[in-house]
Design a protein around this ligand. Structure first.
Ligand SMILES: C[S@@+](CC[C@H](N)C(=O)[O-])C[C@H]1O[C@@H](n2cnc3c(N)ncnc32)[C@H](O)[C@@H]1O
Length: 270
């Protein structure tokens, strides 16, 4: 008898952002195979009696190849177990779910996708950035700073010329390189951007800057996202009004909102 695989989004980190369905399944499946970006706050919700395995790529351990993860999913479900494949954010956004779904279909394993709040939405909400705006952003582009080997990077120039908000997943730590790439693509030097680290967790940090000053961003812990576009001007306005639109000379640290994360910003004019 075959079991079933649930491809589940864990959301960006805050356990309150898990869906009810994800939580119910988390408490009832036989096995949880999770990525290392799934926040510790979410992993704590896995019952102690449930077999849970990190199949992620970090933790200093050798990464499990995608083919091995696919094999594990097919084998476990094939032996009758109910398996949760738990991914950060939403499983269908930069989550390699497509490859796993293909493997499950090929092996006739029953499966179901349970969406989660992707980190761009969680981060934008926690910083108060409207990703679209009637007057300045009619398009939202989710892209990645890192493509699979052999695949060209997206031509950001096409985005720079439109009224779009760009959210860069996996931006890396080469902020100077990112800044140069954005300027070369045609983004105006004064375009605001927000570097958001560990969004929605108690460790959240936010650095507000501009495309040309991005190279001065402090090193922040991964996972991080970069939001680029005029809408960043609205960041955290409610939680943090003071001085946001006035130039300041040095980085400033401000406690932010209920999560007491950290916000720093660079000068830019509105
Ligand atoms: C492999 S992708 C997975 C994306 C995920 N499926 C989603 O929908 O958010 C990993 C990237 O997601 C982003 N990310 C995930 N969780 C995040 C968080 N809490 N704060 C900021 N960025 C996050 C980072 O850019 C990270 O490098």
């Amino acid at each position: 008898m075959n079991g079933k695989v649930y491809l589940v989004g864990a959301g960006p980190g805050d356990p309150d952002l898990l869906t009810l369905k994800a939580l119910r399944l988390l408490r009832s499946v036989d096995v949880v195979l999770y990525d290392d970006l799934v926040a510790p706050e979410i992993l704590q919700l896995i019952p102690a009696t449930t077999r849970a395995q990190n199949v992620g790529k970090r933790c200093g351990a050798k990464s499990m190849r995608q083919a091995e993860i696919n094999f594990l999913l097919v084998t476990l479900a094939g032996s009758g177990l109910r398996v949760m494949r738990l991914k950060s954010g939403d499983p269908l956004i930069f989550g390699r779910a497509g490859e796993e779904i293909e493997a499950l279909r090929k092996s006739n394993i029953e499966h179901e996708i349970v969406p989660g709040i992707t980190s761009a939405l969680g981060a934008a909400a926690s910083v108060g950035i409207p990703l679209t705006h009637r007057e300045m952003a009619s398009t939202l582009v989710l892209t990645t700073g890192q493509r699979a080997p052999g695949h060209e990077d997206l031509d950001w120039a096409r985005i720079a010329s439109s009224e779009a908000t760009l959210v860069i997943y996996m931006p890396g730590h080469d902020y100077a390189g990112l800044s140069a790439r954005l300027v070369a693509a045609g983004f105006a030097a004064e375009t605001p951007c927000a570097l958001i680290s560990q969004a929605t967790t108690s460790r959240q940090r936010v650095h507000i800057s501009t495309v040309s000053l991005l190279h001065r961003a402090p090193f922040v812990a991964t996972p991080t996202l970069l939001v680029v576009g005029d809408v960043v001007k609205f960041a955290d306005r409610m939680a943090w009004d003071e001085g946001f639109f006035s130039p300041i000379n040095e980085l400033k640290t401000v406690a932010s909102g209920a999560l007491a994360g950290t916000v720093t910003h660079e000068e830019f004019s509105a």
